[in-house]
Design a protein around this ligand. Structure first.
Ligand SMILES: [Zn+2]
Length: 343
């Protein structure tokens, strides 16, 4: 009797420890313990050797043992079916996601945003206008009447359907539109794309980007212009960069100047970028020509103003030491992804 009790305890422990990952292992369990020649049946068969007065007690024990084995079998079936499901289901929500390649802002956008932010700190607001302009806003209002020789300075794309329309050659047309609104004082910067019929090379393209600025109020002087641009250069290129103004000619400003900064590559000693001069031109500027104010209905006896304009490509090339302007529009990922860290 003792031996039978021990066998049952031993089998119970075995069954309790039994683990299965696959349905084949569960089937093996069924055959070993619950099959027609299984261990449960074998132990039940021992009943016939049990003394009559003990039959009732043992019957109960053996029945419990059978139920125990059956319950284990059900539990094993359940767990392997759910394991099987999770193996089939390849989506594991607990895994970390795949990295998406991080894009970058275009260098032209980076620099344009930086220019805008510097002037916004000085109180300049952003103004925008159409890229397809009429002749008046692009030329005539800016003191460039028809047949004015200075129109030849900007080779223009005209719209063949209507020769009065053209692709703007500068964002000064936006300044005209703002001046026409008649709200003074005006303190704006005009970022945008402009178009000129130029041969594409390392230094020129048929489209490029400008940021122009305009400040009109009472008593605006050339000193204000210099101080504003000096602040811009220091913020953009650093405190050590020197500035110089050279007299120049633009039809829309009088007097006019071109502004140079000390070469960022050689620090003013002379290199290929600055053509051995130590200086690099970055923008044109001047006091707004009184004719412009009159053309736009602003009293030129009461108000004065200054304007400036720069090419974003030029500033970007200087800032990042890029030698070929065509890289900006070629969409070469190897070039563009170098600016990922600059966001
Ligand atoms: Zn240099």
């Amino acid at each position: 009797m003792e031996q039978l009790l021990q066998t049952i305890e031993k089998l119970k422990a075995e069954i309790k420890e039994f683990a299965a990952n696959k349905s084949e292992e569960v089937e093996a369990f069924r055959i070993k313990y619950l099959g027609t020649k299984g261990l449960v049946k074998e132990v039940m068969g021992e009943m016939k050797n049990v003394a009559v007065d003990k039959k009732r007690e043992f019957g109960q024990l053996l029945n419990e043992f059978k139920l125990f084995a059956e319950a284990k079998y059900e539990a094993l079936k359940q767990s392997t079916t759910s394991n099987q499901q999770s193996v089939d289901n390849t989506l594991d929500l607990s895994l970390p996601g795949d990295d998406l390649p991080l894009g970058s802002r275009h260098p032209i956008s980076l620099v344009r945003n930086q220019i805008i932010s510097i002037f916004q700190r000085l109180g300049f607001a952003v103004a925008e206008g159409p890229e397809i302009e009429d002749d008046w806003h692009n030329f005539t209002a800016l003191n460039l009447p028809e047949n004015h020789p200075a129109r030849d300075m900007q080779d223009t794309f005209y719209i063949s359907q209507n020769p009065d329309w053209l692709l703007r050659t500068h964002t000064s047309s936006v300044q005209v539109r703002e001046m026409q609104k008649g709200k003074l004082p005006i303190r704006i910067i005009c970022p945008g794309r402009v178009y000129r019929n130029e041969t594409i090379s390392a230094r020129a393209h048929c489209f490029f980007h400008q940021v122009e600025g305009l400040y009109i109020a009472e008593n605006v002087s050339f000193a204000d212009l210099k101080q504003t641009l000096y602040f811009f250069v220091q913020e953009m290129f650093g405190k050590d960069v020197k500035v110089r103004f050279r007299p120049s000619y633009f039809p829309f400003t009088e007097p006019s100047a071109e502004m140079d900064i000390s070469c960022l590559i050689c620090g003013g000693e002379g290199c290929n970028v600055c053509k051995k001069t130590g200086w690099v031109e970055i923008l044109g500027c001047g006091m707004v020509h009184p004719n412009l104010l009159d053309n736009c209905g602003i009293d030129s006896n009461k108000y004065t103003g200054f304007a400036f304009g720069m090419g974003v490509e030029r500033i970007t090339m200087l800032k990042y030491q890029i030698k070929d302007l065509r890289l900006f529009s070629e969409n070469d990922i190897r070039f563009l992804k170098q600016f990922t860290a600059a966001i």
